[in-house]
Design a protein around this ligand. Structure first.
Ligand SMILES: C=C(O[C@H]1C=CC=C(C(=O)O)[C@@H]1O)C(=O)O
Length: 443
């Protein structure tokens, strides 16, 4: 049967034909399983999407990658042609992401993850509040006919897909932590010293955990289980045409732009979950009352408000609440504003990334400190991943609670905000909890 692999090539000024239709809602994991790379998986509260193949791939490198990607995306959507306007849910989207920083040369396991890469899928299945939609795209001399044939073939194929048979986690043979506990303590102590000297206010230091797997990991399986274990999170999968898969279940949305409404959230300050309700309530109270965690959280709220304030007015900060996930609880504050003019979601992404929930304050000094101390490339970890539509609307997540995997190895990443009162061993333990979402899918 036909693979969704499309015309993954430079587009020039070619027309892009897009077709869409409503379909019966399938099990998205069954659809994802039969797609060839590049694949995308996306589960958010109101929309779930799986996509396969690439009718166009946009990439950009360097510090102006956000602006260059935005220009390429606008140019691409200008060339999309449909016989009649598609319903909102059937409209094509570009899916992809950015690396945490643009100034480093990518190291393994991130070699196949450039500074920015987005894909216009050849086949996209979207479950939205207004129905389930199949969308296909094609280029070339008979683009319209190719897109229509692709639509017909995939509509039939999706209707006849076998039931997805879930597997079991692959198991872990060996694990390697970077840094070691000793080097972690040294790193945190040096950050705390710099904070006490007044050179810094907060830095988020991360660790990586690499695992050799006993059996091959089935990515769709892992993504499905993440959805079951972390239903309040956003599950994502980004898989290039060749190279390892990047997947995760993040609680953190960087930004959502719809028209002139912009939503973001401050998420920082963490504590574990209790074994019993009493212990859990006690831990929640500890988090709510913790001066250290509230300070860490305040820094993020104020910085995000400031960053948003350059592009939005009427900024409203919601109540500070405790967000409970299966592995940890976080302090969380929603922030909403009205854009001062029509803006592209990538303008907001550029403005907000990295928030001090993954970078630090002041931003430049924090980024230099991260570069000095961390002995690995963050790649797309803690970076913006998401989608863009023809209006420049979109949603981007902060790609934490994530791993990159080639099937036989998996490298997980997690970080913790270091402030003046941070204790290296407590921060170390917090990070081990943050590895849990992915680790539990492997063992
Ligand atoms: C950097 C991570 O978490 C951030 C998000 C929520 C809470 C955080 C904290 O309490 O340190 C971190 O800022 C991560 O999970 O890798």
């Amino acid at each position: 049967m036909e693979s969704p692999r499309g015309d993954d090539a430079a587009l020039g000024d070619e027309t892009i034909a897009v077709r869409g239709c409503s379909i019966e809602t399938p099990a998205l994991r069954s659809v994802l399983e039969v797609f060839d790379a590049p694949r995308t998986g996306w589960t958010a509260p109101t929309t779930s999407v799986v996509a396969g193949g690439a009718t166009a791939t946009l990439s950009a490198t360097g510090p102006d990658r956000f602006g260059r990607l935005k220009a390429a995306a606008e140019d691409l959507f200008d060339r999309v042609q449909t016989p009649e306007p598609l319903p909102e849910g059937a409209k094509p989207r570009l899916f992809g992401g950015f690396s945490f920083t643009a100034d480093s040369s990518r190291e393994p396991p991130w070699r196949d993850y450039p500074d920015a890469r987005f894909t216009l899928p050849a086949v996209q299945v979207s479950i939205t509040s207004n129905g389930t939609w199949l969308t296909t795209a094609a280029t070339g001399p008979d683009a319209g006919q190719t897109a229509t044939e692709r639509l017909d073939r995939w509509r039939d194929r999706i209707a006849a897909l076998p039931v997805f048979e879930p597997g079991t986690p692959p198991g872990i043979e060996t694990k390697r932590h970077t840094p070691t506990l000793g080097d972690w303590r040294t790193g945190v102590e040096s950050v705390v010293e710099r904070i006490r000297d007044g050179a810094l206010r907060k830095v988020v230091l991360a660790q990586s955990l690499s695992a050799d797997l006993t059996r091959e990991l089935r990515v769709v399986d892992a993504l499905t289980r993440l959805g079951e274990s972390y239903p309040g999170c956003y599950q994502f999968l980004f898989e290039p045409a060749t190279g390892p898969s990047f997947l995760g279940a993040t609680p953190e949305r960087l930004v959502k732009v719809r028209g002139r409404t912009v939503d973001t959230v401050a998420l920082a300050g963490s504590i574990g979950r209790g074994e019993t309700k009493d212990e859990d309530d006690w831990l929640e109270a500890q988090l709510r009352d913790s001066e250290k965690n509230n300070h860490e959280h305040d820094l993020v709220v104020n910085a995000v408000r400031g960053q948003l304030g350059t592009m939005a007015t009427d900024i409203e900060t919601g109540d500070r609440t405790v967000r409970k996930l299966s592995n940890v609880q976080h302090l969380q504050t929603p922030i909403r504003g009205t854009l001062d003019e029509d803006r592209h979601v990538l303008d907001l992404v550029e403005q907000l990334h990295p928030t001090p929930a993954v970078g630090g304050l002041p931003p430049d000094a924090a980024m230099r400190t991260i570069r000095d101390i961390e002995a690995f490339d963050r790649g797309w970890y803690a970076a913006p991943v998401g989608w863009i539509d023809e209006h420049g609307d979109g949603t981007f997540l902060v790609a934490i609670r994530s791993a990159v995997t080639d099937g036989t190895t998996a490298t997980m990443f997690a970080g913790a905000g270091i402030v003046a009162d941070s204790d290296p061993d407590e921060e170390y333990d917090e990070i081990q909890l943050k590895f849990r979402p992915i680790l539990d899918e492997l063992t």
